[in-house]
Design a protein around this ligand. Structure first.
Ligand code: NAD
Length: 434
């Protein structure tokens, strides 16, 4: 079934008061979109177009469970905007997946890809399920049936998935194989985040953390904080948090606090990140790591440090704790860690916030590299991947800071303004096909 419009009808026009639930990270994101659109004096017609998804697909996914019973799951794929190029965005398997959430995440991808100026639009997908209750065989059948149900929208030129919450390289391999079987030839570029052996890119796993490191380094330069010895606190020690911590430690920063779901740790002299990563490899979580003091989880965000990197969850910096934050720079590794009310408090306190759509865009940038390599059939070495990532992140940071200065707005609004303007420019050039 293909729906033609969002279930959440936008009724807001630029210049009008916006009443949104700030604790909903997706509404919070769209409130930034509205504010940036107003700053740009965006034409109301274009505003209406950009407030709607291109396409929303809802599918039923029947699979046979291992006990022989048939169960039917619900899946979504939303292509929010593909005017700048192929829709790009992950697929999540989670009980909390809703059409509204998938739509908002697809919009988020649209702005993120435009901001780093890669030729992609934004998409997102999801299946309402609890993957921990599915056997490997059930998960594979679910993935393949979902892929076949949305196959018309997928393709290297139209819509390219990637891993997201509870999906991984293996799920991408099943999607790629299912798509290729339907097409009767191997199509590597239909997904990114694949295993290296079947067309994945070197450097993809570390790309988001590497991008965060580059943003932290450049923000410190702008703010006149010496990188050598800078004190850094990081919430989340998974893919993004641990890679960012490792790379910043290599630059000479002192990682004074780290934390994950299990614990939060502090050591004023600096935590040995390689040792901590090694601990997590053997014990799954940081809990029990001996070479640091255990602190209450919420305190990790307010420890005395120069750079704070939320790299775990959304909505962790709110009006309730923003005024207690002592860091002078925040690099948003996670998506949506800061609420709009907290933005205001941080702005007033002069905290330099590098927003999520810029700070964590390294991942989608190397996904773009993977797609380019697959389509060209020619694979780059790690040095090439990293130096091209570096260039895109550095250029994007410079463009955002310039925009912020020109319009006297913070980096978040500047990022949205740049992204929206890029998408809007393509709409103006292409016109409206009737
Ligand atoms: P991950 O699952 O590898 O790691 C998440 C980390 O957060 C884990 O260490 C986990 O223990 C920790 N965590 C979970 N709940 C917590 C809590 N209540 N308090 C403190 N820590 C908690 O995930 P990831 O890929 O590192 O993603 C982290 C964030 O970055 C997410 O918001 C994700 O959307 C965003 N992001 C990731 C990528 C990517 O390429 N991986 C790209 C863009 C954005």
């Amino acid at each position: 079934m293909t729906a033609t419009s969002s279930t959440k009808q936008p009724i807001i026009l630029p210049g009008k008061d916006i009443v949104l639930d700030e604790d909903n990270p997706f509404e919070a994101m769209m409130s930034r979109f509205d504010f940036a659109a107003e700053q740009l004096n965006l034409d109301p017609g274009l505003y209406r177009i950009l407030r709607h998804p291109d396409k929303q697909i809802i599918v039923s996914i029947p699979i046979q469970r291992d006990n022989g019973e048939i169960e039917v799951f619900t899946g979504y794929r939303v292509r929010y905007n593909a005017w700048r190029g192929t829709g790009k965005g992950g697929i999540r398997f989670d009980m909390a997946v809703t059409l509204d959430e998938v739509t908002a995440l697809a919009a988020w991808m649209t702005w993120k890809c435009a901001l780093v100026n890669i030729p992609f639009g934004g998409s997102k997908g999801g299946v309402v399920c609890d993957p921990t209750t599915l056997s490997d065989g059930e998960l594979e059948r679910l993935t393949r049936r979902y892929t076949s149900q949305i196959i018309e929208t997928l393709g290297p030129e139209s819509d390219v998935p990637a891993p997201d919450v509870n999906t991984n390289e293996r799920v991408m391999a099943w999607i790629m194989d299912t798509y290729s079987m339907h097409k009767r030839h191997t199509v590597t570029a239909v997904v990114t985040g694949k295993p290296i052996e079947m067309g994945g890119s070197l450097g993809r796993r570390e790309a988001t953390g590497r991008g965060c490191m580059i943003m932290a380094r450049d923000a410190m330069r702008v703010r006149g904080i010496p990188v050598e010895g800078a004190r850094v606190a990081i919430q989340g020690f998974g893919n993004v948090g641990s890679v960012t911590a490792t790379l910043l430690a290599e630059l000479g920063c002192r990682i004074v606090a780290i934390g994950d779901k299990s614990t939060a740790l502090y050591n004023a002299d600096g935590i040995d990140v390689v040792d901590a990563v090694n601990w997590v490899e053997h014990h799954r979580y940081l809990s029990g790591y001996p070479a640091a003091e255990v602190i209450p989880g919420p305190d990790l965000l307010t420890v005395d440090c120069d750079v704070l990197i939320p790299a775990a969850l959304e909505n962790v910096i709110t009006k309730r704790n923003a005024s207690d934050i002592r860091a002078r720079i925040i690099i948003e590794g996670a998506n949506g860690p800061t609420t709009p009310n907290a933005d205001k408090i941080l702005d007033d306190a002069g905290v330099f916030v590098v927003p999520d759509i810029l700070a964590n865009a390294g991942g989608v940038t190397v996904s773009y590299f993977e797609w380019v390599q697959d389509r060209g059939g020619y694979f780059w070495d790690l040095k090439t991947v990293n130096s091209r990532l570096e260039k895109i992140m550095v250029d994007s940071f410079r463009e955002v800071t310039t925009m912020a200065e020109q319009h006297s707005v913070n980096l978040r609004i500047a990022s949205y303004m740049l992204a929206i303007e890029r998408v809007a420019a393509v709409h103006r050039l292409r016109g409206l096909y009737a």
